[in-house]
Design a binder for this molecule. Structure first.
Ligand SMILES: [Mn+2]
Length: 429
Protein backbone atom coordinates (compact mmCIF):
# COMPACT_ATOMS: atom_id res chain seq x y z
CA UNK A 1 0.00 0.00 0.00
CA UNK A 2 1.27 3.41 -0.88
CA UNK A 3 0.54 6.76 0.60
CA UNK A 4 -0.59 8.15 -2.72
CA UNK A 5 -3.33 5.63 -3.11
CA UNK A 6 -5.72 4.93 -0.27
CA UNK A 7 -8.33 2.75 -1.82
CA UNK A 8 -10.14 1.48 1.21
CA UNK A 9 -12.66 3.82 2.59
CA UNK A 10 -14.77 4.43 5.58
CA UNK A 11 -17.27 2.23 7.24
CA UNK A 12 -19.75 4.72 8.49
CA UNK A 13 -22.23 4.87 11.28
CA UNK A 14 -24.77 7.62 12.02
CA UNK A 15 -24.23 11.35 11.79
CA UNK A 16 -26.39 14.35 11.11
CA UNK A 17 -26.21 16.69 8.25
CA UNK A 18 -26.03 20.04 6.55
CA UNK A 19 -27.91 21.67 3.67
CA UNK A 20 -27.79 20.96 -0.05
CA UNK A 21 -30.74 20.95 -2.39
CA UNK A 22 -31.56 18.27 -4.90
CA UNK A 23 -34.50 18.71 -7.17
CA UNK A 24 -36.60 15.61 -7.16
CA UNK A 25 -38.49 16.88 -10.19
CA UNK A 26 -35.38 16.48 -12.32
CA UNK A 27 -35.54 12.74 -12.38
CA UNK A 28 -35.41 11.09 -15.79
CA UNK A 29 -38.74 11.03 -17.53
CA UNK A 30 -38.04 8.16 -19.86
CA UNK A 31 -40.35 5.21 -19.50
CA UNK A 32 -39.37 1.81 -20.74
CA UNK A 33 -42.00 -0.56 -21.90
CA UNK A 34 -41.54 -3.89 -20.25
CA UNK A 35 -42.87 -6.75 -22.22
CA UNK A 36 -44.14 -9.74 -20.26
CA UNK A 37 -41.32 -11.83 -21.67
CA UNK A 38 -38.61 -9.37 -20.57
CA UNK A 39 -38.02 -10.80 -17.11
CA UNK A 40 -36.73 -14.10 -18.34
CA UNK A 41 -32.95 -14.09 -18.21
CA UNK A 42 -33.13 -16.20 -21.35
CA UNK A 43 -34.41 -13.18 -23.24
CA UNK A 44 -31.24 -11.21 -22.73
CA UNK A 45 -29.26 -10.73 -25.87
CA UNK A 46 -25.81 -9.95 -27.15
CA UNK A 47 -23.14 -11.53 -25.02
CA UNK A 48 -25.73 -12.63 -22.55
CA UNK A 49 -25.66 -16.27 -23.42
CA UNK A 50 -21.95 -16.62 -22.95
CA UNK A 51 -21.96 -14.57 -19.76
CA UNK A 52 -24.85 -16.52 -18.40
CA UNK A 53 -22.85 -19.64 -18.88
CA UNK A 54 -19.93 -18.10 -17.04
CA UNK A 55 -22.16 -16.92 -14.23
CA UNK A 56 -23.79 -20.28 -13.94
CA UNK A 57 -20.62 -22.26 -14.08
CA UNK A 58 -18.74 -19.90 -11.82
CA UNK A 59 -21.47 -19.27 -9.34
CA UNK A 60 -24.87 -20.94 -9.27
CA UNK A 61 -25.90 -18.81 -6.29
CA UNK A 62 -25.28 -15.61 -8.24
CA UNK A 63 -27.39 -16.89 -11.10
CA UNK A 64 -30.20 -17.98 -8.81
CA UNK A 65 -30.16 -14.60 -7.03
CA UNK A 66 -30.25 -12.75 -10.35
CA UNK A 67 -33.30 -14.72 -11.38
CA UNK A 68 -34.98 -14.08 -8.06
CA UNK A 69 -34.23 -10.34 -8.25
CA UNK A 70 -35.57 -10.15 -11.76
CA UNK A 71 -38.93 -11.59 -10.70
CA UNK A 72 -39.15 -9.07 -7.89
CA UNK A 73 -38.31 -6.15 -10.17
CA UNK A 74 -40.94 -7.30 -12.61
CA UNK A 75 -43.53 -7.37 -9.82
CA UNK A 76 -42.57 -3.79 -8.88
CA UNK A 77 -42.44 -2.29 -12.36
CA UNK A 78 -43.60 1.31 -12.83
CA UNK A 79 -42.87 2.15 -9.17
CA UNK A 80 -40.66 4.74 -7.50
CA UNK A 81 -37.95 3.56 -5.14
CA UNK A 82 -35.17 4.94 -2.98
CA UNK A 83 -31.73 3.40 -2.93
CA UNK A 84 -30.27 4.18 0.46
CA UNK A 85 -26.52 4.31 0.89
CA UNK A 86 -24.44 4.65 4.02
CA UNK A 87 -24.01 8.23 5.23
CA UNK A 88 -20.52 8.48 3.76
CA UNK A 89 -20.86 6.39 0.62
CA UNK A 90 -17.79 4.68 -0.77
CA UNK A 91 -17.05 3.73 -4.40
CA UNK A 92 -18.41 0.22 -3.90
CA UNK A 93 -21.77 1.57 -2.73
CA UNK A 94 -21.98 4.37 -5.28
CA UNK A 95 -21.15 2.22 -8.28
CA UNK A 96 -23.52 -0.58 -7.27
CA UNK A 97 -26.37 1.84 -6.69
CA UNK A 98 -25.83 3.25 -10.15
CA UNK A 99 -25.78 -0.24 -11.66
CA UNK A 100 -28.99 -1.00 -9.83
CA UNK A 101 -30.58 2.15 -11.22
CA UNK A 102 -29.62 1.16 -14.78
CA UNK A 103 -30.97 -2.36 -14.26
CA UNK A 104 -34.33 -1.26 -12.89
CA UNK A 105 -34.89 1.38 -15.60
CA UNK A 106 -35.75 -1.55 -17.83
CA UNK A 107 -38.75 -2.15 -15.59
CA UNK A 108 -39.76 1.49 -15.59
CA UNK A 109 -38.77 1.70 -11.95
CA UNK A 110 -37.52 5.17 -11.09
CA UNK A 111 -35.05 5.06 -8.27
CA UNK A 112 -33.19 7.83 -6.56
CA UNK A 113 -29.82 7.12 -4.99
CA UNK A 114 -29.58 8.96 -1.71
CA UNK A 115 -27.22 9.41 1.25
CA UNK A 116 -27.42 11.64 4.29
CA UNK A 117 -23.81 12.49 5.06
CA UNK A 118 -21.26 13.76 2.63
CA UNK A 119 -18.81 12.68 -0.03
CA UNK A 120 -15.63 13.17 1.90
CA UNK A 121 -12.93 11.14 0.21
CA UNK A 122 -11.29 12.97 -2.73
CA UNK A 123 -11.64 9.88 -4.92
CA UNK A 124 -15.38 9.71 -4.28
CA UNK A 125 -15.85 13.34 -5.24
CA UNK A 126 -13.84 12.69 -8.41
CA UNK A 127 -15.82 9.52 -9.13
CA UNK A 128 -19.16 11.30 -8.93
CA UNK A 129 -18.01 14.34 -10.89
CA UNK A 130 -16.16 12.52 -13.65
CA UNK A 131 -18.77 9.86 -14.32
CA UNK A 132 -21.88 11.95 -13.66
CA UNK A 133 -22.93 9.37 -11.11
CA UNK A 134 -26.51 10.26 -10.11
CA UNK A 135 -26.32 10.21 -6.30
CA UNK A 136 -28.16 12.81 -4.24
CA UNK A 137 -27.39 14.10 -0.82
CA UNK A 138 -30.47 14.20 1.37
CA UNK A 139 -29.75 16.25 4.44
CA UNK A 140 -32.37 16.56 7.15
CA UNK A 141 -33.60 19.76 5.45
CA UNK A 142 -33.94 18.03 2.09
CA UNK A 143 -35.67 15.11 3.76
CA UNK A 144 -38.28 17.47 5.23
CA UNK A 145 -39.09 18.80 1.76
CA UNK A 146 -39.77 15.32 0.37
CA UNK A 147 -43.07 13.52 0.17
CA UNK A 148 -41.97 10.04 1.19
CA UNK A 149 -45.41 8.62 0.50
CA UNK A 150 -44.61 8.80 -3.21
CA UNK A 151 -42.05 6.00 -2.87
CA UNK A 152 -43.25 2.41 -2.87
CA UNK A 153 -40.06 0.81 -1.70
CA UNK A 154 -36.46 1.19 -0.68
CA UNK A 155 -33.31 -0.76 -1.41
CA UNK A 156 -30.21 -1.08 0.75
CA UNK A 157 -26.98 -1.51 -1.17
CA UNK A 158 -23.55 -2.15 0.37
CA UNK A 159 -25.15 -1.57 3.78
CA UNK A 160 -27.94 -3.01 5.86
CA UNK A 161 -29.55 0.16 7.11
CA UNK A 162 -27.38 0.41 10.23
CA UNK A 163 -25.08 3.02 8.71
CA UNK A 164 -27.68 5.44 7.37
CA UNK A 165 -29.51 8.04 9.37
CA UNK A 166 -32.15 8.09 6.61
CA UNK A 167 -33.45 4.71 7.77
CA UNK A 168 -35.52 6.06 10.63
CA UNK A 169 -37.43 8.44 8.33
CA UNK A 170 -37.98 5.66 5.81
CA UNK A 171 -39.24 3.34 8.53
CA UNK A 172 -41.52 6.04 9.92
CA UNK A 173 -42.97 6.57 6.45
CA UNK A 174 -43.54 2.80 6.33
CA UNK A 175 -41.67 2.41 3.06
CA UNK A 176 -41.04 -1.32 2.74
CA UNK A 177 -37.54 -2.63 2.13
CA UNK A 178 -37.62 -4.42 -1.19
CA UNK A 179 -34.02 -5.54 -1.44
CA UNK A 180 -30.87 -5.75 0.65
CA UNK A 181 -27.72 -6.43 -1.35
CA UNK A 182 -24.51 -6.34 0.65
CA UNK A 183 -21.27 -8.07 1.55
CA UNK A 184 -20.96 -6.98 5.18
CA UNK A 185 -21.60 -9.44 7.96
CA UNK A 186 -25.31 -9.90 8.61
CA UNK A 187 -26.33 -7.04 10.93
CA UNK A 188 -29.93 -8.06 11.59
CA UNK A 189 -32.74 -10.22 10.27
CA UNK A 190 -34.19 -8.42 7.27
CA UNK A 191 -37.86 -8.10 6.46
CA UNK A 192 -37.11 -7.63 2.83
CA UNK A 193 -38.54 -9.30 -0.26
CA UNK A 194 -35.08 -9.91 -1.63
CA UNK A 195 -31.95 -10.50 0.41
CA UNK A 196 -28.55 -11.17 -1.10
CA UNK A 197 -25.96 -10.81 1.64
CA UNK A 198 -22.67 -12.54 0.95
CA UNK A 199 -20.01 -11.72 3.54
CA UNK A 200 -17.56 -14.03 1.79
CA UNK A 201 -17.58 -11.79 -1.29
CA UNK A 202 -15.07 -8.96 -1.08
CA UNK A 203 -17.12 -6.25 -2.77
CA UNK A 204 -20.77 -5.58 -3.52
CA UNK A 205 -19.44 -4.59 -6.96
CA UNK A 206 -18.63 -8.26 -7.51
CA UNK A 207 -22.22 -9.22 -6.71
CA UNK A 208 -23.55 -6.58 -9.10
CA UNK A 209 -21.14 -7.58 -11.85
CA UNK A 210 -22.43 -11.12 -11.49
CA UNK A 211 -25.97 -9.80 -11.92
CA UNK A 212 -24.82 -8.16 -15.13
CA UNK A 213 -23.15 -11.36 -16.27
CA UNK A 214 -26.34 -13.26 -15.55
CA UNK A 215 -28.12 -11.00 -17.99
CA UNK A 216 -29.93 -8.51 -15.74
CA UNK A 217 -28.52 -5.80 -17.99
CA UNK A 218 -26.46 -6.23 -21.15
CA UNK A 219 -23.63 -3.75 -21.04
CA UNK A 220 -22.88 -2.11 -24.35
CA UNK A 221 -19.48 -0.50 -24.81
CA UNK A 222 -20.94 1.96 -27.31
CA UNK A 223 -23.18 3.41 -24.59
CA UNK A 224 -21.15 6.00 -22.68
CA UNK A 225 -23.20 5.58 -19.51
CA UNK A 226 -22.48 1.84 -19.50
CA UNK A 227 -18.76 2.46 -19.91
CA UNK A 228 -18.78 4.96 -17.05
CA UNK A 229 -20.79 2.63 -14.86
CA UNK A 230 -18.42 -0.28 -15.60
CA UNK A 231 -15.53 2.03 -14.69
CA UNK A 232 -17.24 2.94 -11.44
CA UNK A 233 -17.76 -0.75 -10.66
CA UNK A 234 -14.12 -1.46 -11.37
CA UNK A 235 -13.17 1.33 -8.98
CA UNK A 236 -15.57 -0.03 -6.34
CA UNK A 237 -14.16 -3.51 -6.71
CA UNK A 238 -10.56 -2.35 -6.49
CA UNK A 239 -11.30 -0.06 -3.62
CA UNK A 240 -12.92 -2.76 -1.46
CA UNK A 241 -10.24 -5.35 -2.23
CA UNK A 242 -7.21 -3.19 -1.55
CA UNK A 243 -6.52 -2.82 -5.25
CA UNK A 244 -7.37 -6.48 -5.85
CA UNK A 245 -4.75 -7.67 -3.37
CA UNK A 246 -7.50 -9.15 -1.19
CA UNK A 247 -9.59 -10.19 -4.16
CA UNK A 248 -10.63 -13.78 -4.52
CA UNK A 249 -11.48 -15.77 -7.59
CA UNK A 250 -14.97 -14.36 -8.05
CA UNK A 251 -13.74 -10.79 -7.62
CA UNK A 252 -11.11 -11.40 -10.28
CA UNK A 253 -13.74 -12.96 -12.54
CA UNK A 254 -15.87 -9.87 -12.06
CA UNK A 255 -12.92 -7.58 -12.80
CA UNK A 256 -12.14 -9.62 -15.92
CA UNK A 257 -15.70 -9.13 -17.13
CA UNK A 258 -15.63 -5.40 -16.40
CA UNK A 259 -12.33 -5.08 -18.24
CA UNK A 260 -14.29 -5.48 -21.49
CA UNK A 261 -16.22 -2.30 -20.84
CA UNK A 262 -14.38 0.00 -18.46
CA UNK A 263 -12.39 3.09 -19.39
CA UNK A 264 -8.88 2.75 -17.98
CA UNK A 265 -8.09 6.43 -18.53
CA UNK A 266 -11.20 7.52 -16.67
CA UNK A 267 -10.33 5.21 -13.79
CA UNK A 268 -6.85 6.65 -13.72
CA UNK A 269 -8.28 10.17 -13.57
CA UNK A 270 -10.42 9.19 -10.57
CA UNK A 271 -7.43 7.66 -8.78
CA UNK A 272 -5.30 10.74 -9.44
CA UNK A 273 -7.50 12.89 -7.21
CA UNK A 274 -5.26 14.65 -4.75
CA UNK A 275 -5.63 14.88 -1.02
CA UNK A 276 -6.43 18.22 0.53
CA UNK A 277 -3.92 19.83 2.86
CA UNK A 278 -6.23 19.23 5.80
CA UNK A 279 -6.31 15.50 5.05
CA UNK A 280 -2.52 15.49 4.88
CA UNK A 281 -2.46 17.23 8.26
CA UNK A 282 -4.64 14.54 9.81
CA UNK A 283 -2.32 11.86 8.44
CA UNK A 284 0.62 13.76 9.93
CA UNK A 285 -1.11 13.90 13.32
CA UNK A 286 -1.79 10.17 13.16
CA UNK A 287 1.90 9.53 12.56
CA UNK A 288 2.94 11.75 15.46
CA UNK A 289 0.40 10.38 17.90
CA UNK A 290 0.56 6.68 17.11
CA UNK A 291 1.47 4.11 19.68
CA UNK A 292 2.51 0.67 18.51
CA UNK A 293 1.86 -2.35 20.70
CA UNK A 294 1.73 -6.00 19.73
CA UNK A 295 1.71 -5.08 16.04
CA UNK A 296 -1.24 -2.76 16.51
CA UNK A 297 -0.80 0.91 15.67
CA UNK A 298 -3.28 3.15 17.46
CA UNK A 299 -3.62 6.88 16.88
CA UNK A 300 -6.03 9.53 18.07
CA UNK A 301 -6.02 12.58 15.80
CA UNK A 302 -8.10 15.01 17.86
CA UNK A 303 -10.71 17.21 16.21
CA UNK A 304 -11.43 17.34 12.51
CA UNK A 305 -14.09 18.79 10.27
CA UNK A 306 -17.04 16.84 9.03
CA UNK A 307 -15.99 17.15 5.39
CA UNK A 308 -12.54 15.74 6.20
CA UNK A 309 -13.94 12.69 7.88
CA UNK A 310 -12.42 10.35 5.32
CA UNK A 311 -8.99 11.47 6.43
CA UNK A 312 -9.42 8.95 9.26
CA UNK A 313 -9.56 5.78 7.14
CA UNK A 314 -6.84 7.23 4.91
CA UNK A 315 -4.61 7.69 7.93
CA UNK A 316 -5.37 4.12 9.01
CA UNK A 317 -4.52 2.92 5.49
CA UNK A 318 -1.17 4.62 5.86
CA UNK A 319 -0.35 3.50 9.41
CA UNK A 320 -0.95 -0.14 8.51
CA UNK A 321 1.93 0.07 6.01
CA UNK A 322 4.52 0.37 8.80
CA UNK A 323 6.90 -2.53 9.31
CA UNK A 324 5.75 -4.85 12.10
CA UNK A 325 2.27 -3.37 12.12
CA UNK A 326 -0.60 -5.58 11.00
CA UNK A 327 -3.51 -3.53 12.28
CA UNK A 328 -4.09 0.21 12.55
CA UNK A 329 -6.86 2.05 14.34
CA UNK A 330 -7.25 5.80 13.88
CA UNK A 331 -9.97 7.87 15.51
CA UNK A 332 -10.91 11.47 16.08
CA UNK A 333 -13.75 13.78 17.00
CA UNK A 334 -15.56 14.90 13.87
CA UNK A 335 -17.57 18.09 14.14
CA UNK A 336 -19.90 19.93 11.78
CA UNK A 337 -20.57 23.68 11.71
CA UNK A 338 -23.28 23.25 14.34
CA UNK A 339 -22.91 21.61 17.69
CA UNK A 340 -22.76 18.09 16.39
CA UNK A 341 -19.79 15.99 17.40
CA UNK A 342 -19.13 12.31 17.07
CA UNK A 343 -16.14 10.08 17.66
CA UNK A 344 -15.29 8.31 14.44
CA UNK A 345 -12.73 5.60 14.01
CA UNK A 346 -11.40 3.29 11.34
CA UNK A 347 -9.59 0.02 11.53
CA UNK A 348 -7.43 -1.49 8.83
CA UNK A 349 -5.80 -4.85 9.13
CA UNK A 350 -3.56 -7.03 7.04
CA UNK A 351 -3.90 -9.89 9.51
CA UNK A 352 -6.07 -12.56 7.96
CA UNK A 353 -7.13 -14.06 11.27
CA UNK A 354 -8.34 -10.76 12.67
CA UNK A 355 -12.04 -10.21 12.02
CA UNK A 356 -12.60 -6.41 12.09
CA UNK A 357 -16.32 -6.84 12.71
CA UNK A 358 -15.73 -9.00 15.77
CA UNK A 359 -12.87 -6.85 17.00
CA UNK A 360 -14.83 -3.59 16.89
CA UNK A 361 -17.94 -5.11 18.41
CA UNK A 362 -15.93 -6.62 21.21
CA UNK A 363 -13.92 -3.47 21.85
CA UNK A 364 -16.78 -0.99 22.00
CA UNK A 365 -19.92 -3.03 22.60
CA UNK A 366 -23.43 -1.63 22.14
CA UNK A 367 -25.29 1.57 22.93
CA UNK A 368 -28.33 1.74 25.22
CA UNK A 369 -30.64 0.71 22.38
CA UNK A 370 -28.64 -2.45 21.76
CA UNK A 371 -27.00 -1.15 18.61
CA UNK A 372 -23.31 -1.81 18.09
CA UNK A 373 -21.06 1.23 17.80
CA UNK A 374 -19.49 -0.26 14.74
CA UNK A 375 -18.64 -3.22 12.62
CA UNK A 376 -16.70 -4.24 9.59
CA UNK A 377 -15.85 -6.51 6.75
CA UNK A 378 -12.71 -8.28 5.56
CA UNK A 379 -9.70 -6.10 6.33
CA UNK A 380 -11.59 -3.01 7.44
CA UNK A 381 -13.93 -1.77 10.10
CA UNK A 382 -15.26 1.40 11.59
CA UNK A 383 -17.05 2.84 14.58
CA UNK A 384 -19.04 5.91 15.56
CA UNK A 385 -19.67 6.96 19.10
CA UNK A 386 -22.15 9.81 19.56
CA UNK A 387 -21.07 12.35 22.18
CA UNK A 388 -24.54 13.40 23.25
CA UNK A 389 -24.54 15.92 26.08
CA UNK A 390 -20.80 16.55 25.71
CA UNK A 391 -21.25 17.58 22.08
CA UNK A 392 -20.12 21.06 21.02
CA UNK A 393 -19.29 24.12 23.15
CA UNK A 394 -15.59 24.04 22.39
CA UNK A 395 -15.05 27.82 22.48
CA UNK A 396 -12.90 27.23 25.51
CA UNK A 397 -9.80 25.44 24.30
CA UNK A 398 -8.91 24.04 27.72
CA UNK A 399 -12.31 22.43 27.85
CA UNK A 400 -11.99 21.11 24.29
CA UNK A 401 -8.60 19.64 25.13
CA UNK A 402 -9.91 18.03 28.30
CA UNK A 403 -12.82 16.50 26.43
CA UNK A 404 -10.53 15.06 23.78
CA UNK A 405 -8.22 13.60 26.41
CA UNK A 406 -11.10 11.82 28.10
CA UNK A 407 -12.32 10.25 24.87
CA UNK A 408 -8.79 9.47 23.75
CA UNK A 409 -8.03 7.69 27.02
CA UNK A 410 -11.28 5.77 27.01
CA UNK A 411 -10.90 4.54 23.43
CA UNK A 412 -7.25 3.58 23.97
CA UNK A 413 -8.21 1.71 27.10
CA UNK A 414 -10.87 -0.29 25.29
CA UNK A 415 -8.60 -1.07 22.36
CA UNK A 416 -5.58 -1.98 24.45
CA UNK A 417 -7.63 -4.45 26.43
CA UNK A 418 -7.94 -6.48 23.25
CA UNK A 419 -4.45 -5.72 21.97
CA UNK A 420 -2.74 -6.81 25.19
CA UNK A 421 -4.80 -9.73 26.45
CA UNK A 422 -1.98 -10.57 28.88
CA UNK A 423 -3.12 -7.60 30.94
CA UNK A 424 -5.98 -9.81 32.02
CA UNK A 425 -5.78 -9.89 35.83
CA UNK A 426 -6.63 -13.57 35.86
CA UNK A 427 -3.47 -15.38 34.91
CA UNK A 428 -3.12 -19.08 34.53
CA UNK A 429 0.62 -19.27 35.09
MN1 LIG B 1 -18.40 -2.56 0.08
Amino acid sequence: MQLNSAPQQSESFLLTTEPSQEDAANRGKEAFEVSPTKPSLLSSHGEGKHDRFLGQRGNPLAFQKSEELQKILFAHRHERHLVILQDFPDPDALSCAWTYQLIVQQYDIKCEIIYAGTLSHQENIALVKLTGLPAQRWTSQVLKSKDLSSYQGCILIDNQGTTSQLMSAVQQAKIPVIAVIDHHTLQAEHKSEFVDIRPNVRATSTIFTQYLQSGLLSLDSSVSQHVKCATALMHGLRSDTNRLMQAQEEDFMAAAYLSRFYDAQLLNAILQANRSKRVMDVIERSLKNRIVQNNFSIAGVGYLRYEDRDAIPQAADFLVTEENVHTAVVYGIVHDENELEVVIGSLRTAKLTLDPDEFIKEAFGKDSTGRFFGGGRTGAGGFEIPMGFLSGSNENSTYAKMKWEVYDAQIKQKLLKLVNPQDDPIKSD
